[in-house]
Design a protein around this ligand. Structure first.
Ligand code: IVH
Length: 687
């Protein structure tokens, strides 16, 4: 092919593919089959590979998904993409089954069905089909918002562009795992090495890197595959069971894992786990455990979710991989909440395909328990994404015993052991007492502030924060929002590694975050014990940031109404409550928050949208419930927009009292709170 011919053909292909795309995405019958369409894209890819200088601005390999500027568009997940809780031992699996029966208020000897299937070690993706046609695809991201990698996902052979068979719902979002086979991975790495490039660490990293290519033509050359195993937004149920749903996916053209089976007991699930473990090395792709799911979808719905994972599923992980290496040194890191964490600096070693050079030693007690010192030879283990741990000393290096510091190695302030609010015992963790005046705590807090689940500022990560902090430009959150105004002096675009575009992009990313949801805002402040789950719970309870802030500041002692209200919120423990009180009582923190509020607006949480008569009401459960477990009753009430509290006060709207109710019932009666039986409650919440 001459250059002239190539140029002409690329132009034609761009047009043909654009027309085919338009036909494809709209409802009318596309004029091409999948194979014809793929052939056009393939032809385009190979001409572009031969004549890279002729790649058109509007090339089909670039159009969908990838936005200019080297970034992907965002995709919000209508149904959040959650993670899974882990089980490590057979007992954990037995507990999981027992817990589910308890939650559903079923007798111990009830037979419940569970599916068991391999946990693929790749990265999850969501594919949206409308009228049977693939319209978009995204990564998991933070579970709420992922990246739009539609164009890249389209290049996978195992991602159907159009569903086969029939009976699919009009809207169908299929979720599963993108991964690379062992054979393909080896071949891919050979190519990398021949080309003088670094080899990939493991198939998972290679898959992630390949899916996030700006140029889909590169993704198309990578051997990515997709296993479908669950779903998100759907216009109609797929089946009555998990197994039925996965079978339907297979009929619609998806690859599903052949090692998925239904079991009726924990022991049979565990047997399946060991069978898969034995077959692991011969499967041809990486797996890191077995996932169990309640088979009955009606029961899955009743079980629901706890913060970020479903109650109806669990991942039974394979044992961690181990290795022997030497400790060169022990260093102390200071975290966001001031916790001193000893980290062992290791002689680098490969464990399970990844080079490890740090392992956590957790705290002072752990160092003593293990008896480790610099110079010792130790056995380490690494499980999945978890930070490697030290298991034992294999050989004494006859070095000096490690002297644990009594002061913060960063700012020199005293480091002390707190008293645990729950147990009243001395905590094993030493903490720097200097709060945000300690540079390590300040920097870590800022890094947390901009992180993905908090403010999520694109282009602002730990490296940028460190530099801004060192130069004294950002020492507290509000400073981030004045960077652009100060740029006349800062001249970010002239810094090494920055330019006009990256500076403008950063300011745009910051400006895009001048409004923020209540729960994210609270989480971003990085208060001890206030993770995403608690932040969410608090936002749902208080709804208005202003009310929350005023209330917490007003706490004077253990009988202050605001304290009693806070402690009464179901799920908020004394540790979290105390941390909130302490944080908002500090004048320094109040100033930090108020300065920040000069630049950002907190969006109040939405009042429950349900029209249930219990929405927005405060409910307390007491005594024995007969139809539901206490946990299910609470979860159900919350899903209808009610607030569940552990104690009765004048603010309680309903007390649901079963047999055996005692002091709470008396208190409710004395306060004229409406008391309901379990049956009356069920009538009240019936749809
Ligand atoms: S089910 C609501 N099944 O594991 C839970 N997940 O740790 C939906 N994963 O983000 C997930 N294999 O990326 C499910 N057979 C499987 C899986 C699987 C791998 C991944 C998935 C998820 C992560 C959770």
């Amino acid at each position: 092919m001459t250059e002239e011919e190539a140029k002409k053909r690329l132009k034609e292909l761009a047009m043909e593919i654009r027309i085919a795309d338009a036909q494809y995405y709209q409802d009318d019958a596309p004029s091409l089959t999948d194979a014809q369409y793929d052939a056009l894209r393939q032809e385009n890819t190979s001409i572009e590979a031969e004549f890279p200088h002729l790649i058109r601005k509007d090339s089909p390999s670039k159009t969908v998904g990838a936005k200019p500027g080297g970034k992907f568009g965002k995709i919000s997940h209508k149904v959040p993409m959650l993670s899974l809780d882990n089980a490590f031992t057979d007992d954990d699996v037995e507990d999981f089954v027992a817990r589910i029966k308890r939650f559903l208020n079923l007798p111990d000897d009830t037979v419940l069905e569970f599916t068991a299937e391999p946990k693929i070690d790749g990265l999850s993706a969501a594919l949206r089909y409308e009228q049977g046609v693939l319209v978009s695809g995204g990564t998991r991201g933070d579970g709420q918002v992922g990246e739009d990698v539609t164009a890249n996902l389209r290049t996978l052979k195992t991602v159907p562009k159009r569903l086969t068979g029939d009976g699919w719902p009009d809207i169908l979002e299929i979720r599963g795992e993108v991964y690379i086979d062992h054979d393909d991975f080896d071949a891919m790495n050979e190519t990398q090495i021949v080309a003088g490039k670094d080899a990939y660490k493991n198939p998972r990293n290679a898959a992630a890197g390949s899916l996030r290519q700006i140029d889909p033509a590169i993704t198309a050359e990578r051997p990515l595959k997709f296993f479908a195993y669950t779903w998100g937004d759907i216009s109609r149920p797929l089946s009555e069971t998990q197994m039925g749903a996965v079978e339907a996916m297979a009929r619609w053209g998806f690859s599903t894992n052949p090692n998925m089976k239904v079991h009726k007991s924990a022991s049979s699930m565990i047997e399946h786990y060991h069978r898969i473990e034995a077959a692991r090395s011969g499967l041809g792709y990486d797996i890191d455990g077995v996932v169990y799911k309640v088979n009955d979808l009606g029961l899955q719905e009743r079980l629901g979710f706890v913060s970020r994972a479903p109650r109806w599923a669990i991942a039974h992980k394979f044992p961690a991989e181990k290795a022997i290496t030497k400790i060169n040194d022990i260093e102390i890191q200071v975290g966001r909440t001031g916790a001193l964490t000893p980290v062992a600096k290791l002689e680098p070693i490969t464990v399970g395909g990844v080079v490890v050079s740090n392992a956590t030693l957790h705290n002072e007690d752990e160092i003593r328990r293990l008896g480790v010192k610099p110079g010792d030879t130790v056995e380490i283990q690494r499980a999945g994404d978890v930070i490697p741990q030290i298991l034992r000393v294999v050989k004494d290096g006859s070095g000096e015993p490690y002297n644990y510091p009594n002061m913060c190695p960063v700012c020199g302030a005293d480091a002390i052991n707190d008293i645990d609010a729950k147990t009243g015992r001395v905590d094993v963790v030493k903490r720097c007492t200097n709060g945000l005046k300690c540079p390590a705590q300040a920097v870590e807090s800022l890094i947390h502030f901009v992180s993905r689940r908090a403010y999520d500022i694109d282009g602002m990560g730990s490296k940028q924060i460190e530099v801004f902090y060192e130069r004294g430009l950002v020492t507290e959150p509000s400073h981030i929002f004045t960077l652009e105004d100060r740029n006349n002096e800062i001249k970010l675009e002239s810094w090494e590694g920055w330019g006009e575009t990256s500076a403008t992009n950063l300011f745009d990313a910051i400006n895009a975050r001048r409004t923020i949801d209540f729960d994210r805002f609270l989480y971003a402040l990085g208060i001890r014990h206030i993770g995403q789950g608690n932040a969410n719970l608090l936002a749902k309870h208080y709804l208005y940031w202003g009310k929350f802030y005023k209330d917490i500041k007003s706490i004077e002692n253990a009988v202050s109404p605001a304290w009693l209200e806070l402690m009464g919120i179901d799920g908020v423990g004394p540790g979290a409550a105390g941390a909130l009180r302490d944080f908002f009582h500090s004048q320094n923190n109040q100033k930090i928050v108020e300065d920040l509020l000069e630049h950002v607006e907190v969006i109040d949480a939405e009042a429950p949208s349900t029209d249930s008569p219990v929405a927005g009401k405060t409910v307390v459960f007491t005594g024995k419930l007969e139809k539901f477990s206490r946990d299910e009753a609470k979860a159900r009430a919350q899903s209808l927009g009610a607030k569940v509290s552990g104690s009765v006060s004048a603010k309680t709207d309903f007390l649901v009292a079963g047999p055996g109710a005692g002091s709470k019932l008396k208190k409710a009666e004395s306060l004229n709170v409406r008391v309901l039986t379990e049956d009356e409650w069920l009538v009240l919440i019936a749809e």
